[in-house]
Ligand binder design. Structure first.
Ligand code: CAO
Length: 425
């Protein structure tokens, strides 16, 4: 046997107009006795309206924005006789007058664990936020200070449960990418006391690159290994090659040989031409050799990919890189031009530098940094000889590559660069 019970607005102390702020039930919902079914608000306070019966909601008679008064029908509940949970008299909704926090909250809990700073507001207390007790409770359970939400989507900017959910979602997705979950964010600073400033919006490339770099920084245990390669003979060969070229013909830079030497080393060390599987349990070894080249553009850093480098000549690579870096600088690269890389080279040699620590372009497992070659006195066991030394910086994902393997890999790159005829063998 079942019977129909009504949930009505109880006596809230002679208030003629009560606003319905939020309705938390719909037909078909199963409710328990005392479960909050709606949030009401008078000009003095807000209150949670508890269900006066346990059962299945048959019909809901209110919606947010409605005005009700004492005795108004809120909903009907189908109660089975097996369920004896029907309050004799409707449970009082909440303390209404002069009560900043209505009493319809459950019993006080043990101190809650501290939520991450991104969810908590250091300056503003949640008590001042425009939200009902049930929403405050919900927010507290998730460790969110409602004051951080500032404005809600309810009437007069009231914060609703959905606003709390969206806030948490936003913090989780953006927070992890931008600052890392649980990592305190850098507080905003007012620079005006120190002098004049100007706000310049970051380009889309810079914003996306920033997010990606932060993600990599937080996820990969990276090590950078520094090495120097003797490129004296390589440079002599390059100059001879360029001297043979007709006027206006594309010149070959040292980078083309570095690309070739890198791929030769990757062929000997397959773990450098790999990606870690998403579960971190296996290595995906690649049988193709695509090299990404970091290109500096007015809008930020982009990484076009040179495909199947092992099958291309130095001249072909020079032409392809010239085309792609030109496209990059004009902002004309297509997404496909930047996908499928196996390892990246970041060359600052045209600008200068003695060393730096590039960040791995995950899911690749290593990146090679190059700075400016310099003539140095090198001891050959008998005398110092002037040699052109190229500084190289290898950053690798230490989950995949061990220190000794990194050092051996760089010794191989160095071996090929010292005498590029070895690339023919
Ligand atoms: N040592 C000495 N000279 C070098 C050198 C090195 N390591 N690398 C390049 N050079 C020389 C070149 O030979 C060239 O000299 P000439 O004009 O006399 O021929 C000059 O510097 C300019 O070279 P380049 O930079 O135009 O050409 P590249 O093939 O070496 O590099 C590219 C191409 C696209 C990688 C480069 O132009 C570029 O954009 N570099 C910046 C990458 C970057 O920003 N990385 C940072 C990522 S981390 O934030």
């Amino acid at each position: 046997m079942t019977r129909l019970c009504e949930i009505r607005v109880p006596d809230v102390g002679n208030v003629a107009e009560i606003d319905v702020v939020e309705v938390l039930i719909q037909a078909g919902d199963v409710v328990e006795l005392e479960q909050t079914v709606a949030t009401l608000e008078t000009d003095k306070a807000s209150m949670d309206l508890p269900s006066s019966a346990a059962g299945t909601i048959q019909q809901v008679y209110i919606k947010p924005g409605d005005t009700v008064s004492e005795g108004s029908l809120i909903a009907t509940v189908l109660v089975s006789d097996a369920e004896v949970s029907v309050a004799e008299t409707p449970a009082p909704a909440a303390v209404v007058e002069k009560a900043p926090e209505p009493v319809s909250l459950p019993v006080q809990r043990a101190p809650e664990p501290k939520a991450p700073d991104v969810l908590q507001s250091p300056e503003v207390s949640g008590e001042k936020a425009h939200a009902s007790p049930s929403v405050r409770l919900f927010a507290r359970e998730l460790g969110v200070d409602v004051a951080k939400i500032k404005t809600g989507s309810g009437r007069k900017g009231r914060i609703l449960k959905d606003d709390v959910k969206s806030f948490v979602k936003k913090v989780i997705t953006e927070g992890i990418v931008a600052t890392g979950a649980g990592i305190p964010s850098i507080p905003a600073v007012d620079f005006s006391p120190y002098g004049e400033t100007e706000v310049q919006k970051l380009s889309k490339i810079k914003r996306l690159t920033g997010q990606n770099l932060s993600r990599v920084w937080l996820n990969l245990p990276m090590v950078t290994y520094h090495e120097e390669a003797d490129i004296t003979e390589m440079e002599a060969f390059r100059n001879a090659l360029n001297a043979e070229k007709a006027k206006g013909e594309l010149k070959i830079t040292g980078l083309m040989f570095i690309i070739k030497a890198l791929v030769a080393a990757m062929q000997e060390f397959p773990s450098f031409n790999a990606s870690l599987s998403a579960d971190g349990e296996s290595l995906i070894l690649k049988k193709y050799f695509n090299i990404g080249i970091a290109v500096d553009t007015p809008n930020g850093l982009v990484v076009p990919v040179l495909r199947n480098v092992n099958n291309k000549s130095v001249n072909e690579l020079a032409v392809e890189l010239a085309e792609k870096s030109e496209k990059a600088r004009l902002g004309k690269l297509l997404p496909g031009d930047m996908q499928g890389g196996c390892m990246t080279i970041s060359s600052l040699g045209g600008i200068g530098g003695t060393s730096f620590t590039p960040i791995v372009n995950a899911p690749e497992v290593a990146i090679l940094g190059v700075t400016r070659a310099k003539m140095q006195p090198i001891w050959n066991g008998k005398e110092f000889l002037p040699r052109l030394m190229l500084p190289l910086d290898l950053t690798y994902d230490h989950r995949v590559i061990d220190g000794a393997e990194g050092a051996r890999f760089m010794a191989t790159v160095k071996y090929y660069l010292a005498d590029i005829r070895r690339l023919l063998l």
